[in-house]
Design a protein around this ligand. Sequence first.
Ligand code: NAG
Length: 457
Amino acid sequence: MPRVNRTAVLSLLIVSSCVFLLFQLHYYRKYVSKQGGVLLSPDSHVTNRAIQWQVLRKFLALAQRFRLPLFLADTWALALLSQDALRQHDRRVQEPHCSFLCTGRTVLSFAVHASSWRSSPDFLTEARTKGFELLELRGKDPRLSSLDVLSGEEIPLHLLLRLDAYIIQVVFLYERSGNYVWHGPLRLGGAMDRTFAPFTLLDYGRHAGAYDRPELVLTVLDGLDVRVPRNISHFLLQQRDARFLECRFHEARHFLQLYPDDASAAALDFRRKAKALLHLATQTLGSLRVPFWISSGTCLGWFRQCGIISYSQDVDIGIFISDFRPDIVGAFRDAGLSLKHKFGKVEDSLELSFLSNDVKLDIFFFYEDGDVLWNGGTQAKSGRKFKYVFPRFSLCWAELLELKVRVPCETRDYVGANYGSTWSIPLKNWDWKTSPSNVQENGEWPRSEWAELIQVY
Ligand SMILES: *[C@@H]1O[C@H](CO)[C@@H](O)[C@H](O)[C@H]1NC(C)=O
């Protein structure tokens, strides 16, 4: 009896497993392989979104409890939000749970003004209690760095929270002199867990960044209270070009030990006037939305000594010719500057020079040519033309004289092209026609066009 039973049970098991296997094969061929697996994915998609939404709900409730005025800074989520309202509505109807905050990515970024980060130990403890794993990244406080002090004090720069394989990034924003906010780069220390998050997918941290202080509004997204920048497209535009370069205080200090700054009344007077002029140029071009960067001696001053070169006697800025607007001249006149000269034309070698309090503001327009950028020079008395050639560069933010200004990100190459390998040695006798390493003769303006192309006031 037991023997017969065992054989019967075994046979029954074999038969039923075969049937089950055949059923699975059939199911697979009919539903999955023919449709390329599409049938299964929406379910897991929805489940993932539900999980992510729960993670976000938990996180935002926590932030609310500690009165942390976080705002959504995630470029993917904000891009979804900035699309038109009708499409937003459609999305909401189709996917009622998590249309904006669940971007299909496993990471989501928020930012917070560091000054509201007072209850940090309690917040971190509570977050752990709620099941979040944390990675806090700290770095040196640049606001305490200057030519006199190189700070060693560390401040929180980024906080990563992980739950159910979702990562929430919190970026800390610090007020900087120059009326802007700054966030630091995200750098992993030696002992840190490099697998904690997909770091390359994070929106923030590859570089430091600088932003205008964003105006925020509280809204409801996917049923959750979230602050967002009032002008989302403006914020996203800034985010693209937010990379910030800290001045090289260490090298600048070394330079100033070798070549102390001129402390004479005339030098101080020039620095004060140059600062006022740079502020005025920032305001004037800002109101026209014309981006500019500090160029020539002004750029060298920032890069080499974190300041203004007192014997340079002018302020130099660069503007891409594609950003030229005819009302630039009028705007500077309205701001109280007088046009000193205008050389060249929009198609070739345009250069404007203004005067304010006997300090000159030189505006060089830059032209693209293959893999280089160049600006022109004109000698008024002879009509000779010059060309200053630079390797291509992109623009970064930097701080000079309590002002957020753009500089070429590849500053060393830019300065090196202009001043040669000895840029780090002060040179008072400078001839703009022969001294620059990157100057080229570029022919002459036809005499018949001088009246138009060489205007001196
Ligand atoms: C939002 O920012 C964009 C881009 O900077 C700008 O063109 C637009 O006028 C701004 N909108 C409002 C309402 O301020």
